[in-house]
Design a binder for this molecule. Sequence first.
Ligand SMILES: Cc1cc2nc3c(=O)[nH]c(=O)nc-3n(C[C@H](O)[C@H](O)[C@H](O)COP(=O)(O)O)c2cc1C
Ligand code: SF4
Length: 432
Amino acid sequence: MSLVATAAPGELRVPRSGPWNQRLLAGPKLGGPEPLADHASRLGGGITGWTERAGAHQLLERVRRSGLGGRGGGGFPTADKLAAVRRHGPGSVVVVNGSETEPAAGKDDLLLRIRPHLVLDGLLVATRILGARRAFLVAHSAQAVAAVEAALRERPDVSIPVEVVRGPANFVGGEESALIRWLEGGQALPRYQPPRVVDRGWRGLPTLVQNVETLAHLGLVVRLGPEWFRGAGVADEPGTMLVTLSGAVEAPGVYEVPIGTPLPEVLYVARAEPGAVALLVGGYFGSWLRASEVQGLALSRSSLRPAGATPGAGVLHLLPQGTCGLRESGRILAWLAAQGARQCGPCAFGLPAMASALNEVADTGSEAALGQLERWGDQIEGRGACRHPDGAVNLARSAASAFPDELRRHRSGACSGPRQSALPLPLGRDQG
Ligand SMILES: Cc1cc2nc3c(=O)[nH]c(=O)nc-3n(C[C@H](O)[C@H](O)[C@H](O)COP(=O)(O)O)c2cc1C
Ligand code: SF4
């Protein structure tokens, strides 16, 4: 079954409604950062006036009424996180998380490179709500660092010190407690929480860690209001989200999509190859959806939950025809196992063992290896200091159940396809 509807008369199930209204990516398509003057004239002036007219409490109420949720993967309500830091009083720290350590993601880096002022607007709002004393902005690429540094030179209104740094390269380095350790000069390794970083983060100070995209939305919420924000998306998950689409699509890249958009519509707009067999939703911690499942699902937590999936940080990868989903998952799992910080048992022993079991399943379809995979998944889940092992277990479980045809073929010595997918794995990158 094809993942995208064909255009045969009477069979068209994919509305031709894209491209969708853009918010973060609105404005001219730029090769580089949008200058402050253009940003301000496009959005009706600077943000400072907005933050001065409303007090910190009213700003926070605006965020709460907007229903904005984090775009770094967990979807945690942004107003609740701001309130948790704010209750400690002034003097906290803000960390803008643009480390984007997942290889198939690219949205945060894009935002920082072309719309740095949108992110700085959000940072300014967050620091005003909190009375923060300093901030860090962690970017993935050298180009993003340069774009933000240039943008900051245009922003005297950002009056607290903001240190712009290139983030750690290891996968778990993007996790909030790892990032904070790394900003303190340590290794980018997660720690057990509590204490939560909102209570004791950078150098023991209450710290807000917020994804780049979340802050970009925050700036627009304050300018344009919660009702405007709720004009896109679904009631319990309002707004748009950035999606990084790769794999069997003619037009890969970053798309801004209203939450709740049917997945087939997203794939149609990106010109998906008709023979594609499965969609990885939510990136390397994510879940595989078979063609038959994709047809009825939308890009939202509530729609994906019954299928055991989540949009995560918006990474979608369409598996091309002739590619074996089991082998691809085995490859990712082995990489995730190598990326674990190995400070906790599940990472040190569990993930490498699960990766070899999944690769054995991919090679031979072995029932015994499949059983081990299930048992080890149950033993590992929830036992790490961070969600890294849980994410890896989720991918392994999803692979084991999403490709029954491949399993059967492997048991009889055949493989569904030798073609390797475009799922990038940056082997040999520096560790934090
Ligand atoms: C292993 C791991 C890696 C993560 N990597 C990132 C990342 O690269 N960027 C990011 O914003 N959040 C990442 N997160 C989530 C952060 O810990 C944190 O929840 C997020 O930055 C909060 O921002 P938000 O509330 O705006 O989503 C990661 C979490 C885990 C467990
Ligand atoms: S679970 Fe793994 S990645 Fe997370 S803290 Fe423990 S060793 Fe590190």
